[in-house]
Structure formats: C-alpha cells, structure tokens
Design a protein. Structure first.
Length: 127
C-alpha cells in the first residue's frame, strides 16, 4: 500500500470514528504529502534532464583537429585536455591550401582541412 493510500485509509477510519479535529489534521497532512509528492516528481524530472545533458557532454568526439560535444564545437583540444575548459576555436585559412582551427586563448593551431591550392599564374605576380 502506498503512502497516499495509507493516509486515505487512516483518514476514513478517523472520519468513521467521528473525530473531527483529528480528521482535519489528517487532511492537512494529506495536502502536504500531495505537494511533496508533486515536488519530488518535478525534482526527479529536473535530475533526469540534467543527467541527460551531462551524458551529451560526455560524448566527446575528436574531429578535424578539435573536440565536439554533441552538436557543440569545435573546441580547443589543448585547453580541454590541459584545463578542462571548452574554448571555441576559430577557422583560419592560410590561402595556401590549409584551414586551421586556432584557439583564441592558448593560440594552439591544428589543421582542420587541406584543400587543393589554385595554381598561381606567373603573369599575375609582380616582382
Ligand atoms: Zn586553447
């Protein structure tokens, strides 16, 4: 028998016995138990959401020279591995065929992507 069912049973017994004062006190206790049960359910739901978020954060993926956590990223691997901090990296194209992920905090650079460089026409270069 659940707690609420026990209270209902006790309340009925007291009501049948005709003790009005005790009956009212039991009603107050019943309301408090009901409110605490609702609060408990809300807290369990909040805890479930927080655990879910934590699990998402734990899924660390190394890709393109950076870390990704779920759909978030890219983050600096150096800062995360060393300090446990998520610092978002910035893309930098050297215009020579390499795109880097560069950390604004520790200046760590990793290669994100290489691409074929366009050939430079000699007559476009001025000496
Ligand atoms: Zn960094």
């Amino acid at each position: 028998m659940s707690l609420i069912e026990n209270i209902k049973s006790i309340t009925k017994t007291v009501s049948d016995a005709g003790n009005h004062e005790l009956y009212q006190k039991l009603e107050e206790v019943s309301k408090e138990i009901y409110e605490l049960s609702l609060e408990n359910m809300q807290l369990k739901e909040e805890l479930r959401i927080l655990k879910q978020k934590q699990d998402e954060n734990m899924e660390k993926v190394f890709k393109d020279g950076a870390y990704y956590f779920g759909n978030e990223g890219p983050y600096c691997t150096n800062c995360y591995d060393d300090l446990g901090k998520k610092i978002r990296v910035h893309e930098e194209d050297d215009n020579m065929g390499i795109i880097y992920n560069t950390c604004p905090k520790c200046k760590f650079r990793s290669i994100k992507q290489k691409y074929p460089c366009k050939p430079v026409l000699l007559d476009t270069i001025t000496f």
